[in-house]
Design a binder for this molecule. Structure first.
Ligand SMILES: Nc1ncnc2c1ncn2[C@@H]1O[C@H](COP(=O)(O)OP(=O)(O)OP(=O)(O)O)[C@@H](O)[C@H]1O
Length: 640
């Protein structure tokens, strides 16, 4: 993981406090009063002792002392509560924006980052940030206030004793400041190590079945243990440093107390100082020491918080997927919405299973000389994005052809000069050997990635001139893995059609042969599918993905091996459903089993990232050696 990014400064923390100014002002006032009361305490004691020493009435000072002590406690509690509350609100705001940013990041960021590490940034790093407010900023501010007041009063009581105190304090503070930078670096190392460990745990738990089936529990535990040990070592290094801060300060402070007591005692004995003044001085020394102690603690907290802020801002600085859409002119947006006129209709759930809501316009997809590589290394991907500001130059990172391909020179070319057209309303299949680039074509159509060369258009409009949300609202995608989100059956179905009524949900479930699932328990559509849909079979997951896509009722359907996990009877049902659904839609299906696409309008044969042949099943049997070979292997035709 790249840790050489910019270091956040305390100033960068302040924008997070925007929106909390009022309550922070209130906290400041409360803290001012509470500090004032603490400072008044020794004064009262001084008056009380000097009055008693001089045999003067002292009751009023006793009452004042009680009132001041109680008042200080009440204001202190109020300050603590208000601070905690504000800190929680700030953390909530940071978490919200971090989650929003994470979901807005381009897919390539997820290709190169570990999910566990991202989770730890939302969890533990934001928690560390909270401590900057609760025991950081305000602790320091009230400490400075208390410190200044104590200094003034100590100078007034006895400048000599104060000189002794000041020397000790300066010695201690110098030592701690020297350690400050190290603390920050080590705290960052701790957070990175915790992120790596979370990523390792996430990997182990998400692949738990594979791990158990491979009898690899112990090896996996060892992998996690390596990361946990790194986190432990980083924590120990940090603890060592923190432990050093404490003795430095206590030696200086204890030294100051001893010398002040000795010198002060001599001066009282010599009649140069009143006993009450010495007691007041020592109480102020306590008031001076307390804030120094908490300021040092706060200093450590702030260093840790800033290290966490580095990690949070590392994500916040990444360009969201839509950063390159600012250049879209109103004209282009209008053009997009004209060609996308079917979208408005598509958001409304169709009244039939096929979702046919009347005539649809468009859906012609054209790929022209498309070339593409995945990012080769983490550094490649980090280059344009990690260093870019959130408001970076429009179109700078994701749309450029030449710039980007230069960055990925050492990455393998996955698509190389791919050109073909999918006519509106037709059914097109992408076939070819494994790794030929079929799924990558679908990913480019969804704009999960941008081509490095060439262009793709929908109804004559280049995809980069359409907003991604608009484009995706026109496309239904059945993914190869058929992911299921944890939650209920209804949650999963309504992902792309949030307003679909229950009746529609049941209808699409029936269309893909999943009606029994909705009736399986009393929960019906509220049936909990478990974490990652663990309670579904592979075939059920695939059919659920179909149901979700049909329900979303989009004019263009992209399907990646959509029947790979179902039995032949279910496959027949799905083919029938697809037949109905494709009547007024443009359909692109990636298929391995050629029998499932033999009646398609056109079949594109991809081989090693290039279009090897295009035609119908019959045409390809005659013209494409590769296709004929694939068909023969699947016993669709006799071997030559
Ligand atoms: N996210 C990714 N990052 C880097 N390389 C990738 C990524 N996804 C796919 N690839 C690589 O791109 C090439 C094309 O992959 P793609 O998934 O498009 O092939 P495919 O034709 O769909 O294969 P299959 O039929 O096995 O699904 C492969 O070499 C693959 O290793």
């Amino acid at each position: 993981m790249n840790t050489t990014t910019q270091r956040a400064t305390l100033r960068e923390f302040f924008p997070y406090l925007r929106g909390h100014v009022r309550v922070l002002v209130l906290v400041a006032v409360v803290s001012l009063v509470s500090t004032g009361l603490s400072i008044a305490q020794p004064l009262m004691v001084q008056q009380l002792v000097n009055a008693v020493s001089a045999s003067e009435p002292a009751t009023v000072f006793v009452w004042f002392l009680v009132a001041i002590t109680l008042g200080g406690a009440v204001f202190g509690a109020a300050q603590s509560y208000l601070l905690q509350r504000t800190a929680e609100s700030v953390v909530l705001g940071v978490r919200r924006s971090l989650v929003g940013q994470l979901l807005a990041l381009p897919i390539r960021e997820f290709d190169r980052r570990r999910v566990g590490d991202l989770i730890s940034r939302v969890g533990s790093d934001t928690t560390l940030m909270r401590s900057v407010i609760t025991s950081g900023l305000f602790e320091i501010v009230s400490s400075i206030l208390m410190f200044c007041a104590a200094v003034v009063l100590m100078v007034l009581i006895d400048p000599l004793l104060f000189g002794i105190t000041l020397t000790a304090v300066l010695l201690g503070a110098g030592g701690v400041l020297f350690l400050g930078r190290l603390i920050r670096t080590r705290s960052r190392a701790v957070q990175d190590a915790v992120g790596s460990m979370t990523a390792a745990v996430e990997r182990g738990l998400s692949g738990i079945r594979t791990i158990k089936a491979s009898v690899a529990e112990e090896r996996e535990a060892a992998v996690i243990d390596v990361e946990a040990t790194k986190a432990f070592r980083a924590g120990i290094a940090m603890a060592r440093l923190q432990a050093a801060v404490q003795p430095i300060m206590s030696i200086c402070i204890q030294g100051a107390f001893i010398v002040v007591l000795a010198v002060g005692g001599i001066r009282v004995a010599a009649g140069e100082l009143l006993l009450g003044d010495l007691i007041a001085f020592i109480l102020y020394l306590f008031l001076l020491v307390m804030p120094i102690g908490s300021a040092m603690g706060a200093f450590v907290q702030i260093q840790s918080g800033l290290a966490a802020l580095d990690r949070i801002q590392e994500i916040a600085r990444l360009e969201p997927e839509r950063a390159d859409e600012q250049h879209l002119t109103e004209d282009a947006a209008v053009a997009g919405s004209v060609v996308g006129s079917a979208v408005a209709g598509s958001a409304v759930v169709g009244s039939t299973v096929a979702g046919a809501t009347g005539a649809r316009t468009g859906g012609t997809i054209e790929l022209r000389d498309v070339s593409f590589r995945y990012a080769a290394t983490e550094d490649d991907a980090a280059g344009p994005s990690a260093s870019g500001s959130a408001g970076g130059a429009p179109g700078s990172a994701t749309t450029g052809g030449a710039d980007r391909s230069e960055l990925h020179d050492d990455a393998q070319l996955v698509l190389d000069g791919v050109s073909f057209t999918v006519p509106a309303g037709s059914r097109t299949a992408l076939v070819g050997p494994s790794g030929a680039g079929k799924s990558t074509v679908l990913a480019l159509l969804e704009r999960f990635y941008e081509p490095d060369g060439g262009g793709i258009s929908l109804d004559g409009v280049p995809l980069r001139d359409l907003e991604r949300s608009e484009l995706r609202a026109r496309i239904g995608l059945v993914e190869q893995e058929a992911p299921v989100l944890s939650g209920t059956l209804a949650d999963n179905l309504r992902l792309a059609a949030p307003d679909a009524p229950d009746g529609e949900l049941r209808r699409v479930l029936a269309a893909v042969g999943l009606d029994a699932l909705g009736d399986r328990s009393e929960d019906g559509l509220d049936l909990n599918l478990g974490e990652d849909g663990i309670r579904l079979s592979g075939g059920q997951r695939q059919r659920l993905a179909w149901a979700r896509t049909i329900l979303a009722d989009r004019p263009v359907l992209l399907m990646d091996e959509p029947t790979s996990a179902v039995d032949s009877r279910t496959e027949q049902l799905l083919q029938q459903t697809l037949g109905e659904a494709s009547r007024d839609r443009t359909v692109v299906v990636v298929a391995h089993r050629l029998s499932t696409v033999a009646d398609f309008d056109q079949i594109v044969v991809l081989d090693q990232g290039r279009v090897s042949a295009v035609g119908t099943h019959q045409e390809l049997l005659e013209t494409s050696e590769l296709y004929r070979d694939m068909a023969a292997r699947q016993r669709l035709v006799a071997h030559a």
